[in-house]
Design a protein around this ligand. Structure first.
Ligand code: DGL
Length: 282
């Protein structure tokens, strides 16, 4: 059983791609709606909330947990992998993030390769990353991209309140204004130049990808993080097949630390046949 974690509903964009890719696998999803959004919280708090949720998923039978959240990945993944998991008494368990596969796709370079190769070292494209405050201040995307593509011009733009507004089912006009503001902020940084490619570096943002597409030039390619993560997990499971084992009866279980009925209703807005959520505490 594979666990997917997000602060709220955003990770469902990843889960949905995984369910389509691995129709016979078992997934358990946890949305920490009691604490969403994470993006404006201090780093230590994000690490602790993420650790609690990962542990809750381990306790419910997941051996592998994928952080379907850029904020949690950017701030907590490495700390959990290196400082917590080796001493936490969860031998045989693992936690993965979603920044690495996204950087691999953006740079067309395997994660293990950390020096510029040909032709990546000559790429001068403009790449834009939209994310939460915490993801952007972590600097993880520009840092990892510039190791592999040193001439790529990477601009980060915070869309601070967008994930929260998506969670709160804000009206389209409000979401549109937040996306327009983020795109305007990006153009201010680039001096009006349009990026060649864009990473929506928050798993909530694919839910408003049409608005990003509307405000960016038609030539801009938006990288699909859920698909990229599904590709990467497929390769990971080929190398670590024991994490793909099916053990239980139910194929898809959805948990929330919030109000299950309310969250189920909201989730159905963008995933009509998604199963109902159950309440849990972490
Ligand atoms: N969906 C999350 C991300 O990918 C977090 C949004 C939030 O909780 O602020 O960053």
């Amino acid at each position: 059983m594979i666990g997917i974690f997000d602060s709220g509903l955003g990770g469902l964009t990843v889960l949905r791609a995984l369910v389509a890719r691995f129709p016979d696998s078992e997934f358990i999803y946890l949305g920490d709606h009691a604490n969403v959004p994470y993006g404006n919280r201090p780093s230590d708090e994000v690490v602790e909330l993420t650790r609690r949720s990962v542990e809750a998923l381990y306790q419910r039978g997941a051996k592998l947990v994928l952080l379907g959240c850029n904020t949690a990945t950017a701030v907590a993944a490495r700390r959990l992998q290196q400082n917590w998991l080796p001493h936490a008494g969860w031998a045989g368990h693992n936690v993965l993030g979603i920044v690495a596969p996204t950087v691999e796709a953006a740079t067309q370079t395997p994660w293990a390769v950390t020096t510029p190769q040909y032709p990546q070292k000559y790429i001068t494209d403009i790449l834009a990353v939209f994310g939460t405050t915490r993801t952007v201040t972590s600097g993880v995307y520009p840092e990892e991209i510039s190791k592999r593509c040193p001439r790529m011009r990477v601009f980060q733009q915070v869309a601070a309140n967008l994930a929260g507004a998506i969670e709160d089912e804000a009206p389209d006009v409000e979401l549109d204004a937040l996306v327009a503001e983020a795109v305007a902020g990006l153009r201010l940084q680039t001096g009006g130049q349009e990026p060649h490619r864009v990473i929506l570096g928050c798993t909530h943002f694919p839910l408003v990808e049409h608005l990003f597409a509307k405000h960016l030039a038609p030539s801009v390619r938006i990288l699909s993080q859920p698909d990229v993560v599904a590709d990467s997990l497929e390769h990971y499971l080929e190398r670590h097949p024991h994490f793909a084992d099916c053990e239980g009866a139910s194929k898809l279980q959805l948990l929330t630390t919030g109000d299950a009925e309310e969250i189920s209703a909201r989730a159905r807005v963008f995933w009509p046949d998604v199963p109902a959520f159950s309440h849990t505490s972490t």
